[in-house]
Design a protein around this ligand. Structure first.
Ligand code: NAI
Ligand code: MG
Length: 330
């Protein structure tokens, strides 16, 4: 039996989580669910964006599913804090082309490995009315750990056998200097994996001009975040971008997207990023066969192009596309 914590959050987080639960209910797996609160609505109700009970629940579960949260003025981000609490230091964001989705290139297939615990997402900002300072800590320990994950992934993927380190060490000489040095230190343990490193600004362009160059990209917290939305745009948008946050003890799975207030409440959010994140969770739990079947089913439904949400050019509702995926799967 697997104990799963479900945190829907706000906005389309609630809608796409309904899809994930609908799917999980139809699988022949022994799952038990606990429901945790977090986000903007949770703050209005409880005075905190991430209650202690939610953290405890997630820590004691086998895995956690997170929808999305709307940012709360003056309050810390619940998802960033939850990642820290669970020490899920590696944020894995696979990006690949889907047949039937018109994009600038075919056959895109890479994964972004984003350092999840430090960098500019410390949320430690201070100063006065006239000047504010944001803390950006980069440690050798975390940089080596995340590089090691990236090299392990490249060996396992067996595609281009390459890891690209993305940084800005020409300007952030000390902090990103540490990140880059750590990357090349770890690279010595993986002599069969090719390496390259680019500045983040150039990478933002290369992703558009030469997306097939990439296999595994490793970067710091903010750069990894920005590049993953750009990369999602390369293959059809945030509706097709899942993620898994992995640590030594915990796994937290969520779509790359946020709460999308512009479409929330309309029932038209693309459920695929949440469903693909759920497949990543099942893979993490050891249910490889069903995880892989879910991925292939999403590919088939998208390729058929009959039941698609508006972001993919269709006019189906979130639950209609979900039902179509589940019907194809079972
Ligand atoms: P967003 O990711 O919510 O939306 C960006 C754009 O993508 C919007 O046009 C939205 O409609 C579209 N989109 C996103 N997911 C989609 C889906 N499944 N189907 C169809 N279209 C989709 O980012 P935005 O608008 O910058 O932020 C909205 C709120 O979400 C903010 O309060 C932000 O702080 C929060 N946020 C939360 C995250 C999380 O909980 N992990 C991550 C990113 C943002
Ligand atoms: Mg983001």
């Amino acid at each position: 039996m697997y104990d799963i914590t479900i945190i829907s959050g706000d906005g389309i987080g609630l809608e796409v989580m309904e899809s994930a639960e609908y799917l999980l209910d139809k699988l022949d797996l022994n799952l038990s669910f606990n429901y945790g609160e977090a986000g903007f609505e949770c703050f209005n109700k409880n005075g905190t964006t991430l209650p202690e009970e939610t953290v405890k629940m997630a820590k004691s579960s086998d895995a956690t599913l997170f929808g999305a949260s709307t940012s709360t003025p003056g309050q810390p981000s619940p998802i960033i804090n939850l990642r820290k609490e669970l020490d899920v230091y590696a944020n894995l964001r696979p990006i690949k082309s889907y047949k039937g989705v018109k994009t600038i290139a075919e056959g895109i297939n890479f994964i972004i490995v984003r350092e999840n615990t430090e960098g500019l997402y410390s949320q430690n900002e201070y100063g006065d009315e006239n000047q504010m300072i944001a803390e950006r800590v980069i440690t050798r320990k975390a940089s080596e750990k995340i590089s090691d994950i990236a090299f392990k992934l490249a060996s396992r993927r067996n595609m281009l056998n390459k890891v690209t380190c993305v940084h800005k060490s020409n300007v952030l000489k000390k902090t990103d200097g540490v990140f880059k040095e750590s990357f090349y230190k770890v690279a010595k343990n993986y002599p069969t994996i090719k390496t390259e490193d680019f500045y983040v600004d150039a990478t933002a362009m290369y992703l558009i001009t030469n997306p097939l160059n990439f296999d595994v990209i490793v970067s710091t917290n903010l750069f990894g975040d920005i590049l993953s939305d750009e990369s999602a745009g390369l293959v059809g948008g945030l509706g097709l971008a899942p993620s898994g946050n992995i640590g030594d003890k915990n796994g937290l799975f969520e779509p790359v997207h946020g709460s999308a207030p512009d479409i929330a409440g309309k029932g038209i959010a693309n459920p695929c990023s949440m469903i693909l994140s759920t497949a990543m969770m099942l893979d993490y739990l050891g249910e490889k066969e069903i995880a892989s079947r879910i991925n292939h089913t999403v590919e088939r439904v998208v390729a058929k192009g009959k039941v698609l949400t508006p972001d993919l050019g269709g006019n189906a509702k979130t639950m209609e596309m979900t039902e179509e995926i589940v019907k194809e799967l079972i």
